[in-house]
Design a protein around this ligand. Structure first.
Ligand code: GLU
Length: 391
């Protein structure tokens, strides 16, 4: 769909449904040579405040802690080792919040800092607790400003980057839109910094392999995920039925113009049905602890007919996980297509491979469930042959 009029109609329809939006702002937008860019933060605060006064709920996911800390410590290069990065974040985060606090105060708005690790969101109780807290803040008309808790996080518990974190927050808070503000105006077919003829793609209805490859060649400022992690984020968010926009955060009135329905940046269209919040949590927040390979019949039963995973369809099990763990399901060809929470541990599932449900008790000496993964705990993570979106 390239017709501008049509695109404007699509935008209007999608934006009309938005009451709550997550706005992710990258380090490349918030910082410049001299450290934090106070002018940009002020502008952002003004735009978010206007949206709030219009009745929208806005949650900010803000990078900038490490970059700000680096500048304060006169580091020319992003540190490569973790303790130095964590120390830079510890220095930069309060500075970042101070700038936000001052800027929002100008518009009679208060801010709240929320620092999270992936571990917080993988634990269902803490996940729900974070949601309740952010809901209270939104009811109080306070701006939640979320960042990864860089100072304490260990590598295995990292979100990866704030693009990924913003997808999880969009799911956590049931937002109807994710806006990713970056220092590039949107998604281009090649790196606009290196190619004068690079073309901005205004609307994406389906992310294909070609786009993913093109995105890999568009790096980000400060060595973070770049366009590639934005495209992966768009895949997750749109698969769960939520639209996402990538737009230039350095452009004045960017949020205002987006909410007016202007044809700017790149809009990624959502899949038709919206996925429930719990299923999003299973598919996009939890880390898979292992893999179950299933036969063609099970792929069809799960993918096409929405059935549970039974022992009879299981070919192989990889990993060592306990009851309740999230695992990925792959087809006989090795292509991931679903993710779910298991009713048995890895050792027992290995014993159950290929058995009928009436053989479970005899084989294990006990039986909790007929299903290895019940369909209520099973989420399809791909809608095509291109592969799944969970990493
Ligand atoms: N949490 C990091 C910071 O505040 C940024 C991570 C990212 O931008 O992806 O510096």
């Amino acid at each position: 769909m390239t017709d501008r009029k049509e695109r404007l109609e699509v935008r209007k329809k999608l934006f009309d449904r938005v009451r709550r939006a997550v706005v992710k702002v990258g380090s490349g937008v918030l910082t410049y040579d001299q450290g934090l860019n106070a002018k940009v933060i002020k502008r952002l605060a003004r735009e978010v405040s206007i949206l709030m006064d219009q009745g929208y709920e806005v949650i900010l996911v803000s990078s900038g802690a490490i970059a700000s800390g680096m500048k304060k410590m006169n580091m020319a290069k992003r540190p490569s080792d973790i303790p130095h990065k964590q120390a830079a974040a510890a220095i930069g985060q309060p500075r970042l919040m101070l700038e936000y606090e001052k800027s929002f105060a100008h518009y009679q708005k208060k801010v709240a800092q929320i620092l999270l690790t992936r571990d917080d969101l993988c634990n269902r109780r803490r996940y729900l607790n974070a949601r309740n807290t952010i809901n209270v803040l939104l009811n109080w008309k306070i701006v939640p400003i979320i960042n990864e808790n860089d100072t304490v996080v260990v590598e295995e518990l990292k979100f990866g980057d704030n693009d990924n974190l913003s997808a999880m927050i969009t799911h956590l808070m049931d937002a109807q839109l994710l806006i990713n503000l970056t220092d590039i105006d949107g998604f281009y077919d090649k790196d606009p910094a290196a190619h004068k003829d690079a073309l901005l793609i205004p609307l994406v209805s389906r992310i294909d392999r070609g786009m993913e490859k093109a995105a890999c060649n568009i790096p980000g400022t400060f060595g973070m995920g770049g366009m590639s992690s934005k495209i992966q984020t768009a895949k997750k968010v749109t698969t769960s039925g939520i639209p996402m926009v990538i737009a230039g955060g350095l452009k004045p009135n960017i949020l205002k113009r987006l909410f007016e329905g202007r044809d700017i940046g790149t809009l990624f269209l959502p899949k038709k049905e919206k996925m429930g919040s719990r299923k999003c949590w299973i598919a996009f927040t939890l880390k898979a602890k292992g893999t179950i390979k299933v036969d063609r019949g099970a792929v069809k039963a799960i993918h096409k007919d929405g059935r549970s995973l039974l022992p009879i369809g299981i070919l192989d099990v990889e990993g060592d996980f306990g009851v309740g763990a999230a695992v990925g399901c792959i087809g006989p060809d090795g292509v991931p297509f679903a993710r779910g929470l298991v009713n048995y541990n890895a050792t027992d599932i290995r014993k159950l491979r290929g058995l009928k449900t009436n053989q479970i008790k005899q084989r294990l000496g006990y039986k909790y469930y007929n299903e290895v993964i019940h369909r209520d705990n099973l989420v399809i993570t791909t809608d095509d042959k291109e592969g799944a979106i969970c990493r």
